[in-house]
Design a protein around this ligand. Structure first.
Ligand code: T4K
Length: 399
């Protein structure tokens, strides 16, 4: 196969994204109908009937008492942390997470302290977390990366022993569970993202899942200026509400989820069939801890592949396969947080080698798309020395 880096025709005519929103024709039709209902009702935001219905359906689906719908998961995290009312101090966070996780801590006077991970799950462990605990620690936030979950029971035990709070970043965990326990259902409050790139989306949106009635009531007030049921502002809340139009998109998407999961499972199976056992290419085990929605498919380009991850990434881009490097370089190596230098070997190894492949395709059938992406990756491997040489010759400011 002549690769695009060597003047071949790109493997795809249309760019294939990792996070391309999944919107089935039926989802669009239902969305138009539901949003029209909201317009006829002339009730567009502020805890309307569609938002309430969405919260109820999502909560029941996850076996959790409350799903509190907000404008996005970043604000859901902020509101949750604010509701915990923690004194200034430190928050221990695994460094391989989306940057919003530490940022919201910092907004509330909690200095993010980054910890290492288990290379298999990509999540913090009680040991990697404990190594960063100090008498200033107030909070622990594990992230379930790609829906492969951290060991919450063990982390809850550690948090209890230390007298610190535990919440989890379950942004990527809609329709996920660990041994039948979904986000928020274990008793640890968890926040989930409904962003357009996620398995389940309200375009922008997110929620806190919790079993705690008092916390839920607090969060509902906190997202709405601190208003109680008589519209009296009881404390300094904010505006983190989502609109009825966002809720309409979510409700329209719910019936599509079983078929969506089937498609994502088929894509995963295709990738597994083509890429398992390839030397130098390790596949992230997404079934390690429980049910997954398979929105992400991550591999690690390791020694034995013959080319560096960055060379492979650039070669794939030339083929119109816009792979992503979530969450490289790691929060601790971003310009903002690297001011406090930290060495986290497992995070660095993972994020220097990770490559997330597309799981939604444009102008091509999903399984065919996955098959072609895998073939391109294998062709790059076969030609790895020349791909690596090509990469090294590229002016880095042109990539
Ligand atoms: N915690 C974790 C662990 C998270 O992963 C996230 C979000 C959060 C917290 C915070 O949740 P939110 O506050 O966002 O609810 C994207 C998403 O913006 C972000 O929501 C997500 N994580 C993160 C993993 O991915 P980017 O910077 O990669 O987005 P962007 O715009 O580059 O899009 C990704 C790909 O999808 C691109 O290749 C383009 C394609 N795309 C994107 C959009 C929005 C489309 O084809 N169409 C589109 O409409 O962050």
């Amino acid at each position: 196969m002549e690769l695009a880096v060597f003047s071949g025709k790109p493997g795809f005519d249309t760019p294939q994204h990792v996070g391309g929103p999944i919107v089935e024709p039926e989802t669009r039709r239902r969305f138009h109908q539901l949003s029209d209902e909201a317009f006829y009702r002339n009730y567009l935001t502020n805890d309307g009937p569609l938002s309430r219905r969405l919260e109820e359906e999502v909560a029941v689906r996850h076996g959790v008492r409350h799903a509190i719908f907000m404008a996005n998961a970043t604000l859901a995290e902020l509101v949750l942390l604010k509701a915990l009312d923690l004194p200034p101090g430190e928050a221990v966070i695994a460094a391989d997470t989306f940057i919003s996780t530490p940022h919201m801590c910092e907004w509330l006077g909690l200095k993010p302290v980054f910890c290492d991970i288990d290379p298999a799950t990509l999540a913090m462990t009680p040991e990697t977390c404990a190594a960063k605990l100090t008498d200033k620690t107030r909070l622990i936030i594990p992230t379930h990366v790609f829906g492969v979950v951290a060991d919450l029971p063990a982390l809850a035990k550690l948090a209890n022993e230390q007298g610190v709070k535990l919440v989890a970043d379950a942004a990527q965990c809609f329709d996920w569970d660990r041994g039948g326990v979904a986000p928020g259902a274990s008793g640890v409050p968890e926040y989930v993202s409904f962003h357009a790139t996620k398995f389940f989306s309200t375009i922008e949106g997110g929620a806190v899942f919790t079993q705690d009635d008092d916390l839920a009531e607090n969060l509902r007030m906190m997202r709405n200026f601190g208003f109680d049921r008589t519209a009296q502002s009881q404390f300094a809340g904010t505006n983190a509400k989502a609109s009825e139009i966002n809720a309409a998109f979510g409700l329209a998407s719910l019936p599509a989820l079983p078929a969506r999961l089937e498609r994502l499972t088929a894509i995963r199976q295709t990738y597994l069939r083509q890429l398992s056992g390839v030397p130098g290419l390790r596949i992230h085990d997404m079934d390690a801890t429980g049910r997954n929605n398979y929105r992400y498919f991550a591999v690690f380009i390791e020694e034995g592949f013959g080319a560096e991850r960055d060379a492979v990434y650039e070669a794939m881009r030339r083929e119109n396969v816009l792979a992503r490097l979530y969450f490289a370089p790691g929060c601790h190596r971003t310009p903002h947080y690297q001011q406090t230098p930290t060495s986290l070997p497992a995070v660095e190894r993972a994020l220097d080698t990770i490559l997330c492949l597309p799981t939604s395709f444009v102008d091509v059938e999903p399984e065919d798309g996955a098959c072609r992406v895998a073939e391109l990756l294998l062709a790059i491997r076969e030609q790895a020395p020349t791909v690596q040489a090509w990469y090294q010759q590229q002016p880095k400011n042109k990539l």
